[in-house]
Design a protein around this ligand. Structure first.
Ligand code: SAH
Length: 399
């Protein structure tokens, strides 16, 4: 260790997770800080016994006090390392996702791609970036020029307007990072379906890219079916269902803006508008009303927003999931299919399945799982960072 290198010395025994290559150093694990590192500066992390563990980006106010850039002592943290990490991330997407499948995908998935706190989504010829940690914030200029260099894409827009920036002591921020004109409405395609995406005001970075292959999967179940798409956003699953031959799709969302975009997407694809109905409302209330009216459907999609970002909120979230799944089980006709999802990091796939099972019991429905779904391969999960696995889904058939 050079005399000038700031460092974190951990409490005895707290080196275990780093030895297992988990990339986070929690504040409670830190015994003392050597030097006075500013936010984002790279620090060396040592065990209580003085053993080198990792290089990490320091975050003075966050509970996640540092995020690991590298476990190699010889590594120099800087643009050359980031170039290699980005190249590898891009190479895998190229191998796994063909231009026939889509022109919109996640290029960098934070910790799972060895770049903690950095999210990069591509929408046609535009990149949208989220910077979620002090370490990534510190290197933002380098990361942006590397992205231009490696993708050849000039227009990069920042959508760091997310709560978690607050936990890092960072202000929310949006705006153009590179290029001349801030993009607004962009045309993307996915499995033969086109969508208009507003990367400036849309949810997340504009679109729920993580559900791409699951939307495509829905097509196989849709032929001739009457579909209820809950939490439809801009019509992702709605359009897949219609493209798969659904006889009718009722789509519900609380956002009027999202529903308007959904209608426009439907028209854009020349899909039968008379088979689609859009309803602005609260899914929890609408499902209750439908139950009281004894309405029924052949295929129901439940893709709610994140109820539990962390394990701490899991219990409350579980009640929310159970509630909507119970109602959906009741509304399904015999032989009907339920596509049910949770994107809560705090709910494991096993727990989610338990919740859905509990809902089915209480609904008095005999359900079997025919498929298990997850986020697409452009949202990989590092084996050392299970938190990266957040989206899980079950396809259940009612007997
Ligand atoms: N299935 C969509 C993504 C859904 S994201 C796709 O494939 O693109 C979750 C959606 O739920 C958002 O559009 C949000 O506006 C909506 N939402 C959140 N709470 C809601 C509620 N209580 N009732 C109805 N919609 C809600």
């Amino acid at each position: 260790m050079k005399a000038t290198t700031p460092a974190l010395i951990l409490k005895p025994g707290r080196e275990k997770s780093l030895i297992q290559r988990h990339p986070w150093v929690f504040s409670g694990a830190v015994d003392r800080v050597v030097g006075e590192p500013a936010a984002g500066v790279t620090v060396a992390v040592y065990s209580a016994g003085g053993e080198f563990l990792a290089w990490a980006g320091y975050s003075p106010v966050s509970q996640i006090r540092a995020r690991v850039w590298s476990f190699q002592k010889e590594e120099e943290i800087g643009p050359d390392l980031f170039r290699e990490r980005l190249k590898s991330a891009l190479r895998w997407r190229e191998k796994l996702i063909s231009p026939e499948e889509t022109n919109a995908m996640r290029l960098v998935h934070g910790e799972s791609d060895g770049l903690p706190g950095l999210v990069v989504d591509r929408y046609a010829d535009v990149l949208v970036v989220q910077i979620l940690s002090s370490g990534a914030e510190y290197w933002r200029r380098d990361l942006v020029s590397l992205l231009v260099e490696l993708t050849g894409i000039e227009t990069i827009f920042e959508r760091s307007d997310v709560d978690v920036r607050g936990l890092e002591g960072l202000p929310e921020r949006t705006g153009l990072l590179s290029g001349r004109n801030a993009p607004e409405r962009l045309m993307i395609y996915e499995e033969g379906i086109r969508y208009e995406v507003n990367v400036q005001t849309g949810q997340k970075t504009g679109f729920y890219l993580d559900q791409r292959r699951n939307r495509a999967r829905l097509k196989a179940y849709a032929e001739g079916r009457e579909v209820l798409n809950c939490f439809c956003y801009t019509g992702g699953f709605t359009l897949s269902a219609l493209a798969g031959g659904a006889s009718h799709v009722l789509s519900i969302d609380s956002s009027g803006e999202a529903l308007l975009a959904g209608r426009q997407n439907l028209a854009l694809n020349g899909l039968p508008e008379d088979r689609a109905e859009w309803l602005e409302g609260d899914v929890f209330q609408v499902l209750r009303k439908f139950r009281d009216q004894a309405r029924s459907f052949d295929l129901i999609v439940l893709d709610p927003p994140k109820f539990a970002p962390t394990v701490a909120q899991a219990e409350r979230a579980a009640r929310g999931y159970k509630d909507i799944n119970l109602l959906a089980c009741k509304l399904l006709r015999p032989g009907g299919v339920l596509f049910t999802f949770s994107c809560s990091g705090g709910i494991s796939p096993a727990l989610f399945q338990k919740i859905v099972a509990g809902a089915a019991v209480d609904a008095g429905a005999e359900m079997m799982v025919v498929e298990r779904l997850a986020q697409g391969p452009d949202h990989p999960v590092s084996l050392y960072f299970p938190e990266g696995e957040y989206l899980k889904g079950l396809v259940c058939v009612k007997q």
